[in-house]
Design a protein around this ligand. Structure first.
Ligand code: LLP
Length: 463
């Protein structure tokens, strides 16, 4: 997680918070292009627009809270990943970040593949026309039904996550008369510099098979011996919201070393490696993410170098960015409700959503930015905490930020960079109705995931 810890700020502010805020920005009306989607601008009348439509119009038509996704920005980020990696590599968008049928179609059109990790994601992908051979199926505890569905539909690869699963997938594939292409997910023993819950390559966690103690080599040995499996490569995913390429480099080196060991033992050169996702994005102006072409260059260089040293043919590389594609493309629009100034501390600004539409602040201590978007203001900055309407005090959307002191109920504020892991992790806590996702493009807005209704809630509650 990014962390901007500075002691500056009003008296006593550190009593209530861990003090993550920086000094107020020079211009509260400015929108940092690092954290906002490409087409977001503040118009001459002070109102912010996306895809050519202003937020007042969007709020009027679609209500709040709502996620607005800049389709052109999504497509252009997807395309930059595709172009950066070129035709000798594959980019699998990680559907867990945000998945809908419209998004699947955009990905298909832009030439990306798709990583899914549940039966539900697989069904969504197939129902929107993603060719099965461009889908990778993940998960540390895939059910028999999920495996059977993946094999039957002909997914391009299943990423095997345990010794038990090697046998299970081989058995299911064989009983369906198929030979399933698989990769083996290894844990390379890297401590990624991110929040513990989203770091995945150190050994003490539930994913993958450890390289240490020869376990991964044993997994390859067992998988190669099974008729139902075609072992095509090794997979490593080291974590999420990572800025430092060093972890990826160590991972790539260790994966290539395994490929060399497999070649030496079995005379087989596995043709693929997948280095996972995890590239960080800017949630605040303090974050400096890498561009896809820099990432592609760094990964290609390290894999090529290591393969040359080991006298291996360079395998086909794939990556699985989720957040880095969808994260920056959307913002959440909220209406301001209760405003509660706490003397000498901060002002609590309550919005009409909260931890049900963005759990990341509560769960990972994530940092976000926020701006007043329904008008410009020349008022002084005030230190705020943006909170939701749920029944607990941890219901925080933006822990520390500055908004103009003339903020009033009915104003619209927006939190940028909420495209990833917000709608996909949204809940019905307090029977909140999960917000819609609206795609905006070139003057047109279209609901791609509709708002939940009270009828939806009651439909599941069968009395
Ligand atoms: N590939 C695999 C095998 C993964 O497990 C993940 C994310 C990705 C790719 C995509 O990672 P990304 O590029 O989006 O960082 N809910 C957390 C993030 C959990 C990530 C889980 N796996 C969050 O909100 O930060």
């Amino acid at each position: 997680m990014s962390r901007s810890a500075h002691p500056a700020g009003p008296r006593h502010a550190d009593v209530l918070t861990e003090g993550h805020y920086t000094a107020p920005p020079a211009d509260l009306n400015a929108l940092d292009p690092k954290v906002w989607a490409h087409t977001v601008t503040r118009n001459e009348d002070g109102v912010v627009s996306v895809g050519g439509i202003d937020v007042a119009t969007l709020a009027e038509e679609f209500g709040t809270p709502a996620y607005f996704m800049d389709e052109a920005d999504f497509r252009s980020r997807a395309r930059s990943w595709r172009t950066a990696f070129g035709h000798d590599a594959d980019v699998f968008y990680a559907g867990k970040a945000f998945l809908s049928r419209a998004v699947v179609r955009w990905l298909h059109e832009e030439g990306l593949n798709l990583d899914v990790c549940s039966g539900g994601e697989l069904t969504t992908a197939l129902s929107a026309g993603m060719p099965a051979d461009r889908i990778a199926f993940h998960g540390n505890n895939k059910s028999t039904e999920e495996i059977a569905k993946a094999v039957e539909s002909g997914v391009g690869r299943i990423v095997l996550d345990s010794f038990q699963e090697i046998v299970r997938v081989a058995h299911i594939a064989q009983s369906l008369g198929k030979r399933q292409r698989v990769q083996i997910r290894v844990t390379v023993g890297v401590e990624a510099h991110t929040h513990e819950f989203i770091a995945t390559a150190h050994e003490d966690q539930k994913f993958g098979i450890a390289l240490a103690d020869g376990q991964a080599a044993e997994a390859v040995r067992r998988a190669l011996a099974l008729d139902g499996l075609e072992v095509v490569g090794i997979h490593s995913h080291i974590g999420s919201q990572i800025f430092d390429m060093a972890g990826f480099e160590v991972a790539a080196r260790r994966v290539v070393a395994l490929l060399a060991a497999v070649r030496d033992e079995h005379g087989v050169e596995l043709p693929e490696i997948d280095l996972g996702g995890g590239l960080g994005i800017a949630y605040t102006s303090e974050d400096d993410p890498r561009e896809p072409h820099e990432i592609a260059k760094a990964l290609n260089e390290i894999v090529t170098r290591e393969c040359e040293a080991a006298k291996l043919r360079t395998p086909r590389i794939s990556v699985e960015p989720g957040r880095a594609i969808v994260g920056p493309t959307a913002f959440t629009l909220y209406e301001v409700g209760t405003i509660k100034p706490l003397d000498g501390l901060r002002t609590y600004v309550s919005v009409d959503g909260g931890m049900s539409d963005n759990i990341r602040t509560a769960l990972y201590d994530a940092e976000y930015s926020v701006a007043l978007v329904s008008r410009a203001s020349d008022a002084e900055p005030m230190l705020v905490r943006v909170v939701g309407k749920h029944c607990e005090s941890g219901d925080i959307v933006v822990r520390d930020a500055f908004l103009p002191a003339d903020l009033a109920p009915g104003d619209l504020i927006a939190v940028p960079a909420t495209g990833a892991y917000c709608r996909s992790m949204a809940s019905n806590y307090n029977h909140a109705l999960r917000p819609p996702v609206v795609a905006v493009n070139d003057g047109e807005a279209r609901v791609i995931v509709r708002r939940e209704t009270e009828e939806d809630l009651l439909r599941l509650d069968i009395g």
